[in-house]
Design a protein around this ligand. Structure first.
Ligand code: MSP
Length: 516
């Protein structure tokens, strides 16, 4: 029997200090598109997201809200859980770091690192930024602040340490042996040079506050929040249970992260795992950050864009499409309403929407609302069908590199080719003169639209489903196994009445008054 194809991917777990904004939604959306792609491509997928509920930052946010940390985290975590139906995420699990399954995994990981001699008790004195939950060297400070701009405080206490300094060479060897581990390339270079410049042992426990997972055999200490947080990826797989998901899904195929947390995922995390005798994940991809109309989104500017705002204004699938199409994945970029409207009206309404609408309306009118019968194919027919059939290989390669914008670009090349074909073939003009040729051209177009709709499913699940409904493609024929000639539409299949799927965004409508 062929080995099962499995794919385990994770979002970062979100701090429960605020409501989700578009930056958070973006990380999870990219994972959702990839998870859906892999399922459609025949993989058994585990797609994990969740919330990061311990640490000083969360304890302080709870204090500011005037509630105990558990009440606070219960409340805020729910906002992140509620985002799944709003954004149509297909996550298989949602982990909270306050769950017992998580404490168990953290303690087991700690015990294994300790048993292997990588944890020792010492005294820490240095600078700590609560906002980043990270330590900084005196030499790293800029005008008395962390290089990220976060406030730092002097911090001195007895701590457990992890012997990170010993992991410089093993990490460099690991990066060398696993060229796909860290992407994109610029980030990889950054991390390799950071590690090459030397690593210091890392303080990994706290005694000054209590909101965390207790250290095994020394419960006056709690674990440093990043050991706790990173371990979520294993606790959700059932670690340390050797059976079940852990055996089937570890090591994870992909941790998707924002560029700000790459050091934790590509330096600390593989070092912790190797120290415990466990296998590091296969890949970490760091994406860029969104700004809002040119400005960083921040509390002080009060300019966070929420997913709910955007969806209310533009609709869910257009928002999903825009976020993944507009920015080269991995780079920073700017959100603007103008760009959003341009994508909706051009790519979706004019290009794909109009193609489907024109073709389906003609089939409805001129082919008795049934899938037309194709005759002999011309060179132009073969060319368009070959482009449609060739999409999967290209798109798959882009998804495997997390280049979502390029995958969509490849699909829209075929949209463009199909629109040119409609203009050249002008099937509506053949109704009287050559109805057989008209039927063939419309068939070729319907087949092309079927391919486009199947491949658009990961990014626009609802709109693609409606397109497939209009082509009467049954549920069982919607995976990528149905791409290509084997799943071709059958002549004579009755089709429902066509309807528009991607309306234009009309700027003088009530929605546009909100600005834009
Ligand atoms: N709790 C940690 C992660 C622990 S993972 C073991 C954390 N949480 S966070 O809520 O601050 O950030 C979660 C993710 O949202 C990060 O990947 C971050 O990069 C992403 N984003 C936050 N703001 C963003 C933008 N403005 N744009 C794009 N992504 C952004 O870090």
């Amino acid at each position: 029997m062929a080995a099962a194809k499995r794919y385990y991917l994770t979002t970062p777990i979100y701090y429960v200090n605020d409501a989700p904004h578009i930056g958070h939604a973006y990380t999870s959306l990219a994972c959702d598109a990839l998870a859906r792609f892999k399922r459609l491509d025949g993989f058994e997928v585990k797609f994990l997201t969740g919330t990061d509920e311990h640490g000083q930052k969360v304890a302080k946010a709870a204090e500011a809200a005037g509630v105990d940390p558990q009440t606070h985290t219960d409340r805020v975590s729910q906002h992140f859980r509620d985002l799944s139906p709003v954004m149509n995420y297909s996550n298989d699990d949602f982990i909270r770091t306050t769950e017992p399954r998580h404490a168990r995994a953290c303690q087991e990981l700690w015990k294994r690192m300790k048993a292997n001699g990588h944890i020792y008790l010492g005294r820490f004195a240095g600078w700590y930024a609560v906002r980043d939950e990270a330590f900084y060297d005196e030499s790293e400070l800029v005008d008395g602040k962390a290089p990220t701009g976060a406030e730092v405080e002097w911090f001195e206490e007895e701590n457990y340490f992890f012997d990170l300094s010993k992991w410089q060479q093993p990490l460099l060897d690991f990066y060398e042996a696993n060229p796909r581990f860290l992407a994109p390339r610029t980030r990889r270079n950054e991390i390799v040079s950071f590690v090459s410049s030397g690593l210091r042992d890392l303080s990994i426990s706290r005694t000054s506050f209590k909101w965390g997972v207790p250290v095994p055999d020394d419960p006056k200490h709690i674990m440093y929040v990043w050991i706790d947080a990173l371990t979520n990826y294993m606790s959700a797989a059932g670690f340390p249970e050797e059976s079940g998901d852990y055996a089937r899904f570890w090591p994870a195929d992909l941790h998707m992260v924002g560029k700000d947390i790459i050091r934790f995922h590509t330096v600390y995390w593989p070092a912790f795992l190797m120290a415990a005798g466990l296998t590091p994940p296969k890949r970490v991809f760091a994406h860029g950050w969104w700004t809002n109309e040119g400005q960083k989104m921040s509390k002080s500017l009060n300019n966070f864009i929420t997913p709910q705002d955007l969806i209310g204004r533009y609709g869910l699938d257009p928002v999903r499409y825009f976020l993944l199409r507009e920015l080269p994945f991995g780079q920073d970029g700017n959100f603007s309403h103008q760009a959003m409207i341009r994508r909706i009206n051009t790519d979706l309404a004019n290009d794909l929407g109009n193609l489907a609408q024109r073709v389906l309306t003609q089939i409805n009118r001129n082919c008795e609302a049934k899938v037309p019968q194709a005759g002999a194919l011309t060179e132009a027919d073969d060319r368009l069908l070959a482009a449609a059939h060739g999409m999967l290989a290209r798109v798959r390669a882009e998804y495997d590199e997390q280049q979502f914008h390029r995958a969509l670009e490849a699909e829209w090349e075929v949209v463009g080719a199909a629109n040119r074909y409609v203009d050249e073939q002008a099937p509506w003009a053949l109704k009287k003169t050559d109805p057989a040729r008209m039927a063939t051209a419309l068939y070729v177009l319907a087949e092309t639209i079927r391919h486009l709709a199947l491949l658009a499913q990961p990014v626009m699940p609802q709109s693609s489903a409606r397109m497939l409904d209009l082509l009467a493609v049954p549920e069982v024929a919607r995976s990528f196994a149905a791409l290509g000639p084997s799943g071709a539409l059958k002549a004579g299949t009755p089709l429902p009445k066509p309807e528009g799927i991607f309306p234009r965004h009309v700027e003088d409508g009530p929605a546009a008054k909100a600005g834009g």
